[in-house]
Structures are given as structure tokens and as C-alpha cells.
Design a protein. Structure first.
Length: 149
């Protein structure tokens, strides 16, 4: 019975993400800087390593190109990511995890990340349902904290 419930859970998560190339997109109630700051604080608070925060708009400005606020946060934890890599070594191309935060043309801030269920399918991950579920839950929690007012 558990397998059927888990399968249904992954199917429900995969359908909306598949419609957008495996990206989970969430509106943020904050600006890009605040969303990124809240995300980094939440990640560090849970013992995640934040490898880098890349300000793409700043980089673009450095070469004379105007880009609305666009920030990439790269993070991870070997306890979480390694099990996925053990199931499929090519999963390592999508790790560490990343969350992109940007402001669209109307000024709305968005946060997006790769759907772990989509990633698992992409890499043919088998026998790692618990690891995929754990990553899915963690990314959902982190994104929720970052995008809430």
C-alpha cells in the first residue's frame, strides 16, 4: 500500500513540474534580495552548505548589459545529495542544488528550482524513493520560508 501512496505522491508532484521543464516556480512575497537572504539564512540554519550566491545582474552590469535582479543560490549537503548520486552517478551534474530568484518584467519576484522527481526521472534513478522524497520535502520547506512575507 505504501508504494502506491508514494507513487501517487510523486505523480502529483511531477505533473505540474513537467509542464515547465522540471522547474518548480513559486511567487515570492519579497524582493529578490530579501528572498535570497531569507533562503540563505534558512539553509544555514539547517546545516546546509551555501557554496555561492551569484548576482547575475551585477555580473551583467560589469559588461555593460542591463539585467533585472537575478540571483542564483548554490547549496547542498553530502548526507542528502550523495544517496542520489549512488543511485545514478549522472545525478551529480544537477548537484549541488540550486535555487534561482529573479524579478520579472512586472516586478514580481519568483523562486525556481529543479523538481527532484523530474531530476530522478532524467537520470533514471531507481530505488531511491526515500532520498527523492527527502529532497523534495526539504526544497519545499526552504522555498516556502524564502518566499513568505
Amino acid at each position: 500500500m505504501y508504494k502506491y501512496i508514494l507513487g501517487f505522491f510523486f505523480l502529483v508532484l511531477a505533473v505540474p513540474a513537467s509542464a515547465d521543464n522540471g522547474l518548480v516556480k513559486i511567487k515570492s512575497a519579497n524582493d529578490v534580495t530579501t528572498t535570497a537572504d531569507k533562503l540563505v539564512k534558512a539553509l544555514k540554519g539547517k546545516g546546509m552548505t551555501v557554496f555561492d550566491v551569484i548576482d547575475h545582474a551585477k555580473g551583467a552590469a560589469g559588461v555593460g548589459i542591463d539585467l533585472p535582479p537575478t540571483t542564483l543560490v548554490i547549496f547542498g549537503n553530502p548526507k542528502v545529495g550523495t544517496p542520489l548520486m549512488k543511485c545514478s552517478r549522472t545525478a551529480a551534474i544537477d548537484l549541488p542544488q540550486k535555487m534561482l530568484i529573479w524579478s520579472d518584467e512586472s516586478g514580481q519576484t519568483w523562486l525556481a528550482y529543479n523538481d527532484p522527481v523530474y531530476m530522478a526521472k532524467r537520470h533514471g534513478v531507481k530505488g531511491c524513493d526515500e532520498a527523492v522524497k527527502k529532497v523534495t520535502g526539504a526544497l519545499g520547506k526552504f522555498s516556502g520560508v524564502a518566499t513568505a512575507k
